[in-house]
Write a protein that binds this ligand. Structure first.
Ligand code: PAF
Length: 291
């Protein structure tokens, strides 16, 4: 029998905490012939997450959103501790965006005592954020593999902003024969082009003003690369522009192949420009297609 999910009086969004309950609900929807979309999140929701829910709503009969702040994908305890946790607010937004169910398991449900397995995607994880944040992408691949196997959706939705994560998840699902389509949703940007991210709320107003340089410089560099500029020289110029505009530190600014992530000397399709930079304690990432 399908369990009756708990409903918070504030949100009206049915919320499940246990994997067995999630599976029972999914089985009931499947028995009724309904298709299922999954939107994995760590909470701290913004319009970028809601765009994932809207696309899932448009394409699937049922939409499950998950909120789980995944400890194994954080490199620093302070970042994990400081990650936004506002489940009631997030659940209300998910409900308004059209989600049918929230799956928000406790840490012990996902990683019970004795859990030792990890999933890592070689190659795609060995550059960009994989170098700057050791273990991060394998933490993502592991938790997403689990969420996919727990919910067995038809489609799972990921944002283009975390482009390397998207490629890693897609390869993981393919390599492990998990029968799911990994759908990509374009990055949602503020009026000045700055990509929305849960970590943006850590920026002071003054840092937020400086942060706009990231998109501005990426766009300019992408345009010049698309016209045939040499990558090494153009990327060095881009780094100078970023630092000159008040970006404090650069983890990387690189031109890479949009599917294999191989470094490119010139922009040949599907080339993509990737950046990770710091303002104070906040790390910002973004990427653009070079066309
Ligand atoms: O992009 C995120 O929010 C997370 O990396 C994800 C995909 C939910 C896995 O924890």
């Amino acid at each position: 029998m399908t369990p009756v999910p708990a409903q918070s009086s504030e949100t009206q969004l049915p919320t499940l905490r246990g994997i067995a309950d999630l599976r029972a609900q999914v089985a009931a929807w499947r028995a009724a012939g309904e298709s299922i979309g999954l939107v994995p999140t760590m909470g701290g929701l913004h319009a970028g997450h809601l765009a994932l829910v809207h696309q899932a709503r448009a394409e699937c009969d049922r939409v499950i959103a998950t909120i789980f702040v995944n400890p194994i994908q954080f490199n620093e305890a302070a970042d994990f501790k400081g990650y936004p946790r506002e489940e009631a607010r997030d659940a209300a937004e998910l409900a308004a965006a059209g989600a049918d169910l929230l799956f928000a398991p406790a840490q012990e449900e996902v990683y019970p005592p004795g859990f030792t397995t990890s999933v890592s995607v070689a190659g795609l994880s060995d550059c960009l954020c994989g170098l700057a944040r050791p273990g991060h992408l394998s933490g993502v691949a592991t938790v997403v593999a689990k969420l996919l196997l727990q919910s067995l959706p038809d489609v799972a939705y990921f944002g283009e902003k975390d482009y390397q994560q998207l490629l890693v998840v897609r390869r993981m699902a393919r390599d492990l024969d998990i029968p799911v389509r990994i759908a990509v949703v374009p990055t949602v940007r503020a009026a000045d082009g700055f990509a929305l991210s849960s970590r943006n709320q850590h920026l002071t107003p003054e840092q937020r003003t400086r942060a706009a340089a990231l998109y501005r410089v990426l766009s300019e560099v992408a345009e010049r690369l698309a016209k045939g500029a040499n990558a090494e020289a153009e990327l060095a110029r881009g780094r100078d522009l970023l630092l000159g505009a008040g970006i404090e530190r650069i983890d990387y600014l690189e031109l890479r192949h949009g599917e294999t992530l191989e470094a490119l000397e010139r922009a040949t399709p599907p080339a993509r420009l990737f950046a990770a930079v710091w303002l104070g304690e906040t790390r910002l990432i973004d990427n653009l297609a070079v066309v």
